[in-house]
Design a protein around this ligand. Structure first.
Ligand code: SF4
Ligand code: SF4
Length: 376
């Protein structure tokens, strides 16, 4: 096992433990592709109605309202819906099961919703990867605090439906709130245990985690979000229309977690909830180490987990001093130094873009760009 790192953090960035909500945007925007197949002919839709099919997935409307049409934003196309704020949250027709019936029929119940369950079959063990891998990110912690009971009961049902012998929930030792949330509920689940790991980066990467735990048997690694999707869509038959997003960074005065409607423009959140410092900043989506730069015009979608507002810093690249640190640190035995020396992309499929080589480089060379063959 190669060396993992403890990343130094700016202790002044503190994310509030209170969850804010932004559930009623005036307009929502759903990303559509050229090949999107629309399933509706009318303009007025209700929340939860099927609107289109994309990548074999049926997209349901997160709000009730009027379809305005397709618009372009930064080279992407979106279906724009004006919210009429009349959404009905009563989910009728959901069949209630007894615990025994659930345990016996859980795989069939999930398959009836169209969920692909083959990923769980013939696995002996399941690991809940509850580790937040990026600094200043508390989305998983928030979900653990709010839904520990639901997460545990869904894991237990999955274990019995697919005959898994054990489940481990992996958390970092400094994530005290998640540890407390699970510790107070776990007693009734003898097959589920907590595994507390050090604060090392990138230990939350699935392959690293598997190696670290020295797992030999067939194991399925599941994320906190995936468990909650199974709970909501499989068990409660509710379409996913909200996400929990951490808004953080040194350019905002009030970092916070927000429960936000999918399709909401980021600009709405900035205007309504965030207090920006008077400075120029970069906006990064889903990570400080492995995130991508976005603009204020971005739309919150179902994959949005975190948005970082970081003060713009000059990070001047200088000459390579051949220290070898980038090779030493890579947890996947890649050679970013060779990619840099060749001054051309050396695409190594083992690279997971964890960003450690760039982070460690004393000359500020953006090494993962060389190794991934991305634009420099
Ligand atoms: S970004 Fe890629 S090459 Fe660099 S340390 Fe991570 S896995 Fe290795
Ligand atoms: S860490 Fe940076 S300076 Fe050191 S060998 Fe790698 S590229 Fe060169």
């Amino acid at each position: 096992m190669k060396k993992l790192l403890t990343i130094s953090k700016d202790q002044r960035i503190k994310v509030s433990s209170k969850i804010e909500s932004y559930l009623f945007p005036k307009f929502i925007y759903l990303n559509v592709e050229e090949n999107t197949k629309f399933m509706i002919q009318k303009r007025n839709i209700k929340k939860g109605e099927k609107i289109f099919c994309q990548d074999h997935k049926t997209i349901l409307s997160p709000v009730s309202g009027t379809i305005e049409g397709i618009i372009e934003k930064e080279g992407k196309y979106y279906l724009k819906i004006e919210n009429d704020f009349k959404e009905d949250d009563s989910y009728n027709g959901v069949k209630e099961y007894t615990t025994k019936a659930l345990k016996l029929n859980f795989s069939t119940i999930l398959e009836e919703t169209g969920m692909d369950t083959t990923r769980f079959k013939n696995k002996q063990r399941m690991i809940l990867n509850g580790i937040e891998d990026e600094p200043y990110l508390v989305t998983k912690t928030t979900l653990h605090k709010s839904y520990a009971k639901e997460i545990l009961s869904t894991l237990d049902l999955l274990a019995s439906a697919f005959s898994m012998k054990a489940i481990q929930i992996c958390l970092k030792e400094n994530d005290r709130e998640s540890i407390e949330a699970f510790s107070s509920e776990i007693g009734t689940y003898p097959n589920i245990t907590l595994e507390i790991l050090g604060d090392m980066y990138p230990i939350g990467e699935d392959n690293i985690l598997k190696n670290y735990l020295r797992l030999k048997e067939e194991t399925y690694i599941i994320s906190t979000e995936e468990v909650l999707n199974i709970y909501e869509e499989g068990l409660k038959k509710r379409s996913k229309d909200i996400v929990f997003v951490t808004f953080t960074g040194d350019a905002i005065k009030n970092p916070m977690v927000v429960k936000v409607k999918i399709g909401t423009p980021l600009k709405d959140i900035i205007k309504e909830l965030l207090e920006m410092k008077k400075c120029s900043y970069d906006i990064l989506l889903n990570g400080l180490m492995r995130g991508t730069k976005i603009q204020e015009e971005a739309i919150i979608d179902e994959k949005t987990r975190a948005i970082y507002f970081m003060k713009t810093k000059e990070r001047k690249e200088s000459f390579c001093i051949s220290c070898g640190k980038c090779i030493e640190v890579c947890p996947f035995h890649c050679n970013p130094y060779r990619a840099f020396l060749k001054n051309e992309p050396v695409i190594d499929p083992k690279c997971v873009s964890c960003g450690l080589c760039t982070f460690i480089c004393p000359s500020n060379i953006k090494l993962e760009h060389y190794i991934k063959g991305e634009e420099k």
